[in-house]
Design a protein. Structure first.
Lengths: 218, 218
């Protein structure tokens, strides 16, 4: 396999959703710029580039968010049965305070509208574009030797108020970013016994839902 | 810059949304497997891996979809003012018939539910995961020297019926995949004069919406 492919696959397969390994060391400015350029180079429906990036450096803002996350965590814990709740108790769900920087990725559904090419039939197509930018950011950070953790224990309305985000703009992801001691070899939730990964073959279908390739096929 | 980073950025920045450059040559089976493995290695909320991949090889199915796309295209054209409609007329919106394979990525919101860790506060978090898998697929295909084009001129209900996808599963992307003569240096829509890319600096905010780093800052 040539080097370009091998390096990409190495990045894709070593990428982790980081909670516990942040060191708190600063992110080099040039690395941060490259990571955001990578996110900004994502595909987008009708070239709408509907994303924005709010870099949250302020400690008070990050602590405010962290406290909100803890409250949401408790609510989720109360929704679980006793066994799952016990398992969940041991799982770290965020690295907001330990990581070097938070990057909040937002979505503006009005950008380029009306007449966004390719968004006529599918209302959510803009939202999908913003998610593609998030994955670019994540892989770029991984290649830079940084960790990324997506925290999703929050209410959008809370984040919108905290960061003075206009009502028409939707916060999509709160990402913790920064140097890490290492990336784990397998997902936290698998190591914790919360859930195991599904074999790829179960996710593959041919020509119709549930379709399998015949033995004679390629 | 080390080779791992440089190669990833090369892939991210050379990736295009392809319509016109497909050759129709077959995709090597081992490359297709690596691409799907890359998609399947995407992060997902609560390790739910809510995606599936329907490989559409059958010509009649692809032709049926293509005809549906043309009808949706006409509807969109009628929604535009005269000037935009004239511009749109010259823009190719899909490579369904010319590409080697269609890959339909679907989303199952029930996978791992109830109690998907991290999806308690944000209903769409599962959907976001499926989009991350799509970007991994796209970058992997790019590194394999293949093109990918996301067609979004369709009704979900049409694709669901065509591929016998259960009512609870949502088709998210119809991706045309295959060898290409080349990747263009800039997006089709920019070259066609439809829309230009936004400068990254306009998408960056510090600590709050519209916040800029002070001149004294790093």
């Amino acid at each position: 396999m040539d080097s370009r492919r091998a390096r990409l696959y190495d990045t894709i397969h070593s990428r982790r959703d980081v909670r516990g390994q942040f060191t708190g060391e600063p992110i080099p400015q040039d690395a941060l710029t490259r990571i955001l350029e990578a996110a900004h180079a994502a595909p987008s429906v009708g070239l709408s580039q509907p994303w924005d990036f709010v870099l949250v450096e302020d400690e008070a803002l990050r602590r405010g968010f962290w406290e909100h996350v803890q409250a949401e965590r408790e609510q989720f814990a109360r929704s679980l049965d006793a066994e799952r709740a016990r398992l969940f108790e041991r799982i770290k769900i965020d690295g907001v305070l330990e990581s070097s920087l938070s990057v909040v990725v937002t979505h503006d559904d009005a950008r380029g509208a009306p007449g966004v090419l390719g968004r006529f039939s599918i209302a959510d197509a803009g939202l999908y574009s913003t998610c593609l930018a998030i994955e670019n950011l994540w892989l770029a950070a991984t290649a830079e030797g940084l960790g990324v953790g997506w925290v999703s224990f929050y209410r959008e309305s809370y984040v919108r108020a905290l960061l003075q985000i206009p009502a028409s703009i939707r916060p999509i992801a709160w990402l913790c970013v920064g140097p890490v001691t290492h990336l784990e070899a397998s997902p936290d939730l698998e190591r914790a016994g919360w859930r195991s990964r599904r074999p790829l073959v179960d996710a593959m279908h041919v020509d119709r839902w549930g379709g399998r390739r015949s033995a004679a096929g390629a």
